[in-house]
Design a protein around this ligand. Structure first.
Ligand code: UT7
Length: 339
């Protein structure tokens, strides 16, 4: 997609570096064989079409704010920060704790982050990247020092476990990073780019209970309480857009793939991720994939994957990483970060 508003690279006075990372996933596991007992599918079909083997799923009393808070606590500990140091909490989610107040306000209480202001954003699978970009602006301006950006989802609570085209894809979890103000010009978020195209809203949606289908009225179709996806439609679009946006990042930052240590893509389908890597001609080992264990956790998938990369030494301080996502809206985005 060509943008008619050209984004100029600027040199901010301050830089937003990743000072800490954490994630949390529920203990309960749902396997492909479990799903084959619920719908007409098989481990073989799911594995070959998606790369997914298992997903972590919440129990009834595990909510989005709980997952988000646990991930945020881990990120805070990793950053060696006190909860009072946090100025801003952003939760990216499409499965919030409730319609209002925001999930981020529940997280604020759980952390005891009394100095922080907190809000949610809804950009589906791109939500974490949108959140990073928003926090980046607050930090680069010099207004705030520490922000927690969290991607948290309990997608299995809006999954129709009678619909084999969607129920095999999704899992629950949360991941978080602490973004911190730094004067080190060589580190931090170097570039972020975000896109939306609402004309494709029907490709991925969950229609109840917003103002179009309010809880005060009987639904014309009871399935509107669940996620609806047009998988095939989204597939091609996702590959094209993610390739485009990674190339845009490289061009704007005057980098090549040799400079990049790891691309951490939203985990939507292993075949989509492999297609992106192939089209980019990305050297082996530079595209991280963990969808086999977690399924698609929407906004949580990039921070969960990033935390795993750090934990297993796949990326380290000084490395250059690109996060790239695509999801409902439609929305897509990417960010380039020097760790
Ligand atoms: O994060 C963003 C949200 N994620 C997405 O939107 C997902 C993107 N799309 C995808 O990952 C893939 O399109 C899917 C995994 C959803 C589907 O894979 P596909 O290769 O695009 O399959 P398809 O939809 O073209 O369906 C192929 C066949 C169909 O049967 P017919 O018409 O060929 O007889 C489906 O009915 O596979 C059938 N099918 C299944 N069979 C066994 C669909 N779901 C299943 C299933 N098990 N779970």
């Amino acid at each position: 997609m060509t943008r008619n508003r050209e984004v100029e690279q600027h040199q901010p006075a301050h830089h937003a570096i990743i000072a800490g990372s954490g994630s949390f996933t529920p203990k309960k596991i749902l396997t492909n064989d479990d799903l084959a007992k619920m719908v007409d599918t098989s481990d073989e079909w799911i594995t070959t079409r998606t790369g997914i083997k298992t997903r972590h799923i919440t129990s009834e009393n595990e909510t989005t704010a709980y997952l988000a808070s646990e991930a945020a606590k881990a990120a805070l500990a990793n950053a060696k920060l006190n909860h009072k140091d946090i100025d801003l909490i952003i939760v990216a989610t499409i499965t919030p704790e409730m319609v209002f107040p925001s999930t981020a306000c529940f997280v604020q209480v759980a952390l005891g982050a009394t100095n922080a202001f907190a809000f949610d954003i809804a950009a589906a699978c791109s939500g974490f990247i949108y959140g990073i970009s928003i926090a980046q602006q607050y930090i680069e301006s010099g207004r705030y020092n520490n922000a927690i950006v969290i991607g948290a989802e309990t997608l299995t609570k809006i999954t129709n476990f009678k619909d084999r085209t969607s129920c095999i894809l999704f899992g629950d979890g949360a991941g978080a990073v602490v973004l911190q103000r730094s004067d080190d010009k060589n580190r931090g978020v170097l570039y972020s780019s975000l896109y939306s195209d609402g004309t494709y809203w029907k490709s991925l949606n969950c229609q109840a209970y917003g103002s179009r289908h309010p809880s005060s009225k009987k639904l014309d179709d009871p399935n509107k309480v669940y996620m609806e996806i047009k998988g095939r439609e989204v597939y091609q679009f996702a590959v094209r857009r993610v390739v485009e946006i990674v190339n845009e990042c490289l061009k704007k930052c005057k980098l090549t793939l040799d400079d990049v240590s790891m691309i951490i893509s939203h985990q939507m389908n292993a075949r989509i991720i492999e297609s992106v890597a192939k089209r980019l001609e990305l050297p082996e080992g530079k595209m991280f994939v963990n969808i086999n264990e977690y399924g698609n956790t929407s906004s949580a998938s990039i921070p969960i994957a990033f935390n795993e990369c750090l934990k297993h030494g796949k990326v380290k301080k000084g490395d250059l990483v690109i996060f790239a996502a695509f999801g409902a809206g439609l929305t897509w985005g990417a960010t380039v970060i020097r760790l």
